[in-house]
Design a protein around this ligand. Sequence first.
Ligand code: PEP
Ligand code: MG
Length: 771
Amino acid sequence: MIRSPVGWGAVAAPGTRSEELSAARRLLRRLVEMMAAPVSPQERLDRIVRLIAADIVAEVCSVYVQRGGDYLELFATEGLKRSAVHNTRLRVGEGLVGLIAAQGNVINLPDAQSHPAFAYRPETGEEIYHSFMGVPIVRGGRVVGVLVVQNRARRHYSDEEVDALQIVATVFAEMLASGGLIDVTRYPGDLGRIDRPERLEGLRLVEGVALGQAVLHQIRIEVTRLVADDPASEIVRLDEAISSLKASVDQLLLLPEVAEGEHREVLEAYRMFANDAGWRRRMREAIETGLSAEAAVKRVQEQTRLRMAHVADPYLQERLHDLDALAERLLVHLLGGTPHQDPGDLPDEFILVARSITPAELLDYDRSRLKGVILEEGSPTSHAAITARALDIPMLGRVKGALTRIETGDRLALDSEHGQVFVRPSEDVEMAFARSTAAHAERRRMFHALRDQPSVTRDGIRVCLHLNAAFLIDVAHLEICGAEGIGLYRTELAFMVRDHFPDVPAQTELYRRVLQHAGDRPVVFRTLDVGSDKHLPYWTFPAEENPAMGWRAMRMVLDRPMVLRAQLRALIRSHGERPLSLMFPMVAEVAEFEAGRRMLELELGRARERGQPTPASICIGVMLEVPSLYWQLPALLPRIDFLSIGSNDLIQFLFAADRGNPELVDRYDPLSPPVLAFLLDLVERCRAAGVKLSFCGEMASRPLEAMALLGLGVRHLSLAPTAAGPVKAMLRSLPCAPLAPYLRKLSTLPDHSVRARLHHYALDHGVQLLT
Ligand code: PEP
Ligand code: MG
């Protein structure tokens, strides 16, 4: 019988795949049995490498474990010198073992010593071994160790042998994580876990600082049953789980909240992958080698995660993310449980880490315990960021690798103001952070002290500061910061957190409470702006290619007039005789405004007929978000009481740049000549027509941008509650008059951005730009 020098093919007659497979299964079973042996962790590890070496007919089998996140230590060996155990260490990237850890790839060489990365370690006595095969031990997308076999003879290990060792490494990864292989009293915090402090950078979405424990939005499902005796029944389990996964994805595709664009695209990608024969085949093959169905899913998932870490193309990254998320869902179907955290069952102070999040998901978490959010994606004008801002929760977006660098339970110090998060911060950083938190609190006190100071620029120009609100708690900020009223009440957020559409009495009660909280300060209610990324869980939306430009806001409620009429009825009722201010969002043409106004008149007439009280006066406005409306200003302005600029949407349409797309966040600057020229003209037209112009987009909440708006002549700003202090500090230190001619000049430049120039203006004129 010809015996191959290494590999499971050596145990049985070569060439018969089923025998190879049953040998592989035997080894896996024996590995798992060894876990139960009543011996010390080191002894267990020693026995395991001995077993693998014997089974694979390798002269050397060694296991290296990544420690502290940056070096690998030889933890056990069969074949190398015993004295090297716990003495031989290689940095990640150093030697062949370090290279495997850095790149997450298999290295298979007939003559290892001629490889340029080979690092000779005399204490191991490995100079007599020529052939080398090392595979990464991967968990959570990270290499946590390296498993190596070596032989004296120069030979190339076959693909089957590589696969076999990789399957062993999969089991090894789970065994390492479940404990019992490493003495945790001697090596606390190891097992490949990164315990060294790190600093990750990102984009400030909502400013603020926070300290807390990391919680991953998506749960990592643990697999405890690794091997299985009966591959056929595991394949049945896998197939059943895939069928139920497919059925659930199909079901989700029917749901109203996923009827549109982006969300739907992801699910359609899921459906495509769920039907992918290659994905299914890889999992089946892993089962055939002896893994349980869930361990096979994990194995293929870890391979995907490793690829994800090394793929630069954003489209491919995206698809790999989808495949990763699908594997997680498949595990849920195999093992039960839920894919997301139970929002009720979390630490007292935590920071949520996610790839992306919807406003509704964010609202599910207990806001008294949720101290911050870190996203791998996200943009400042996305509705999730607006929701976080409304809740005053610091949010950092576009943090590359957040989900692989941060683990549940890690301590985090989030400083979104400076676009950074300290992961597992050292004591020094914690102390510095505590100082910066104190400075932040001090600044807040300073802003609070401005509460009763007039909103007047240094050269005596009065500015009206209002707040944007979405929840009752935002309205309470009126008292805290002394703003004059609510310039934008986003009614839809209260609809989003319910499980059914609120009827007229429920809406009336809601608006009444908002008015009560506002006292005698005015509130501008914006009618329902759903669609795009704001979904109502109980409503059916059509599938759309471009939901932000799709069936949303005013267009939707004009097609469903009873929805708008119910809201207008509730607004009239809640106000009684109190003056009513309302505005329509996403109006694209005068005809839409007229249609909305006619409905308001119908509802007013109806209330009067019934002898119900009606508002003493009505102020009716329009949000300028859709550029087409600009060319109808001559017809529009005489019809309205005020115009409110919604820059979040307006700028996305001016630049044709999706406000929610993280790739475009830095592409265009609102502080740029085209935007300034557009706004300048708008201000002049409103002034000429005697129509009040206010500004409620997020741009007004940033001091430098707010400074530019004042320079352009805007006098009514509606801000995120936390921005009131910084913007007031800015304007009280601003000599506004000289800024106007300067901005006029800037608006004609060919530049990409005028931010730096405005910054210099602020520095030269002693304007306070604090956040
Ligand atoms: C805007 O578009 O600027 C705006 C205020 O509306 P929203 O952010 O709710 O779309
Ligand atoms: Mg908008």
